[in-house]
Design a protein around this ligand. Sequence first.
Ligand code: GLU
Length: 312
Amino acid sequence: MHIVGRFAPSPSGRMHLGNILCAMLGYLSAKSKGGDYILRIEDLDNIRCTKENSKQVLDDLDWFGIKFDNINFIKTDIINNKSIYQSERTDVYKHFEQILQDKGLVYPCFCTRAELHTASAPHLSDGRVIYTGTCKNLTADDIKSKTRKPAMRVAVPDIKISFIDGVKGKYTEDLTSECGDFIIKRSDGVYAYQLAVTVDDALMGVNEVVRGHDLIGSTARQIWLHELFGFTPPKFYHMPLLVAPDGRRLSKRDKDLDLGIIRQHMKPQRLIGILAYTCGLIDKKEDISLYELIKTFSWDKIPNRDLILPEL
Ligand code: GLU
């Protein structure tokens, strides 16, 4: 099978080292199998995800040495003219929302954020709120009487979804008790991550998804959507998270570990070496190229636990 992997950053700020490690492992995984690696910009949140941030993400990836197979060397020129910006793909998501509508699975939800929290089951450990179905059985009159714009929710069946994660092994989630009916379109009309990511992965031919372990809780919902639309779900690799030398989780707020600062005092080869060493791909901290790493890359070398970044 010809592998197509992808990197799907949300340009809500400068990338940090965890983001670039994700891009690196996804790239190495696809390239070590002779596959393609494509880019998609997940900029649906149009307040935080600006065009300037997207440009900066592209520039950082280019500096790091990752070349994408769906982008010409002129960075914004997209082969086959299909946008890689989710903000420009609304019609595509609309089409798939309609498919769910036609199956009778979508209902409007008028709950406010506060109502969602008070009416919800206890939070799961990842902060997710299970929707209790307040708006599931509204009558046409109930709906007519509402004044606020609804979000759209999809009703999940009472089934368990299992998959074999390339890093974590077997993972199972019960759609009703662990996910609940979830939002596919926000009340402001913006399509939600779960729908957009599923549709895009499928339409862009992605069959290998490498992303942070913190997203594993979304995978059952995405597999369910893939199957509902008649797609074959990709193989998932949920990579361990990179934590700072003092143990804190990296976030875009930690400016000290973002690419802006790193690029001021480091060459890409050195950063690639540090990241490769941190996740067990090489035995000592030394400068290395992505090209060298492709030859020996194997998921067997990546540990199934948090990766502690050495002092830079
Ligand atoms: N856009 C998401 C992020 O940057 C990643 C989504 C995914 O890999 O499925 O966190």
